[in-house]
Design a protein around this ligand. Structure first.
Ligand SMILES: Cc1cc2nc3c(=O)[nH]c(=O)nc-3n(C[C@H](O)[C@H](O)[C@H](O)COP(=O)(O)OP(=O)(O)OC[C@H]3O[C@@H](n4cnc5c(N)ncnc54)[C@H](O)[C@@H]3O)c2cc1C
Length: 417
């Protein structure tokens, strides 16, 4: 690793999946690129269940073969369990589309992110961990560089033609510019950890991500079986419901577990393998995604909700699309907002389909299995959405029936109350 120079074509802040992807692709195109991460890599992170459409970004990054020989559990489908304990039929990805790209993984994020980080370094990016971005520097509207803090030197100023904010929910630039908006309808929190020895259901050549509603429908659990007999288990609910006046997170987690009879059974022989973690108020968007000399990607751009495991895929995909715009802008010598943000409208519109599905999930008791039983013609599109297949073809027909179906159920509930 070489030291940090005073001038780069592109400086990328944040060494998660989004930052590593941008840095890899811009460096490969021959532009002088710096990638900085405040923590020591590898670093711990939430977000272990991938969407199958990550496949194409992995292929382009050149990490697909590493993933195929990795010990990670193969994710072959998704299943939902309703508040009454009724299981949907599993949505197996390869029954829908037999291609290899329909299968993905439940990863260890520390290792996985380090793999992408190392790939960026091998692609020619200058990668520095333990290096915190303190500020993004502007001349008028134009981003001109960053101020960094490293172990040896404080206030290191680096100039750049393009600054990429990939700092995740810290969103250093979005916060500085005041363009970040917490989603008022999705003020959620999560308490989560890893168990060893939980129930394991291997069907179809791998495991499923299971989403289980609790009995009163006030929260839901994710169940993500991983390698080494570990399973990631997390409960998600309204911030106030989970974290206000109910005692320590471990106690709240235990209480919520009691509300989920099936999960209690699945964990009856299991032991908590490490401490529980808390994440809160993670759903937000940004009003502007790019400006002259700057662009936001991944969670720094926005994050919807963990329920369909779309976060890492959107981080990778937004980073890939932004990297192509950065390279074109640098080639053209025009790093204006219009050029750097060219990918945004289409990406916002397509990722909005997952946002709609998230809203459906939280609108009362959305029983995925029940809806598909009534509208079997939408099964294929639903599985496409669970795969993350939103960038090819025209999607969204499902909402022609799902929206009225949800409204009818809400009206029926109002009538009962
Ligand atoms: C409760 C919960 C559950 C989730 N579950 C899933 C899931 O199952 N599947 C899924 O796909 N996604 C999931 N996600 C989302 C997923 O974790 C994120 O979408 C993903 O990590 C985004 O990647 P990123 O590269 O944009 O940001 P990050 O992975 O957060 O990386 C940002 C990096 O920037 C660094 N950084 C921050 N500030 C600075 C600074 N000033 N200077 C330098 N570096 C800095 C951070 O240390 C971090 O390493 C979940 C999220 C939550 C909240």
């Amino acid at each position: 690793m070489t030291g940090i120079d005073s001038q780069y074509d592109c400086v990328v802040l944040g060494g998660g999946p989004a930052g590593a992807t941008v840095a890899t692709l811009v460096a490969r195109a021959g532009w002088k690129t710096l990638l900085v991460e405040r923590d020591r890599m590898p670093r711990f992170h939430v977000g272990e269940s991938l969407m199958p459409e990550t496949y194409w970004v992995f292929e382009r990054l050149g990490v697909l073969e590493q993933l195929k020989v990795s010990p990670y559990s193969k994710k072959v489908g998704v299943q939902f369990v309703s508040s009454s304990g009724k299981e949907s039929a599993p949505f197996f990805f390869r029954s829908h589309d037999a291609r290899e790209c329909s299968q993905t993984w439940h990863v260890d994020r520390a290792e996985f992110d380090k793999m992408l980080w190392d790939n960026a370094a091998a692609s020619g990016a200058n990668c520095h961990d333990n290096t915190r971005a303190m500020d993004v520097l502007f001349e008028g509207e134009q981003a001109k560089g960053v101020r960094l803090q490293t172990a040896g030197a404080e206030g290191n100023e680096v100039s750049a033609k393009v600054v990429v904010d990939a700092t995740g929910k810290q969103a250093i630039l979005g916060s500085k510019l005041g363009v970040r908006r917490v989603d008022p309808y999705l003020r959620k929190a999560a308490i989560w950890g890893h168990y060893r020895g939980g129930h394991r259901d291997e069907q179809g050549g791998g495991v499923k991500t299971v989403i289980l509603q609790t009995s009163q429908n006030k929260s839901w659990f994710w169940y993500i079986p991983q390698a080494n007999d570990l399973v990631s288990v997390g409960v998600v609910g309204d911030n106030d419901y989970l974290l206000k006046g109910r005692g320590a997170p471990a106690e709240v987690f235990r209480q919520e577990l009691k509300e989920c009879e099936r999960l209690t059974r699945w964990l009856s022989e299991a032991q908590l393998a490490n401490e529980l973690h808390v994440e809160k108020e993670f759903s937000y968007s940004t009003e502007r995604s790019a400006g002259d000399g700057w662009v936001l990607v991944g969670d720094a751009w926005g994050f919807i909700d963990p329920v369909y495991s779309s976060g890492v895929y959107f981080a990778l995909k937004s980073a890939e699309l932004a990297a192509d715009c950065i390279v074109e802008s640098l080639n053209a010598g025009d790093t204006s907002a219009a050029n750097l943000g060219r990918w945004v409208p289409d990406f916002s519109q397509r990722s909005g389909l997952i946002r709609k599905l998230v809203n459906a999930f939280y609108s009362g008791d959305f029983r995925v299995g029940k809806f598909i039983a009534e509208y079997p013609q939408h099964r294929e599109e639903l599985v496409d959405l669970l795969i993350g297949r939103i960038f090819d073809g025209c999607r969204g027909k499902i909402f022609d029936d799902l929206d009225p179906w949800l409204n009818a159920r809400a009206n029926a509930e109002d009538g009962e109350s």
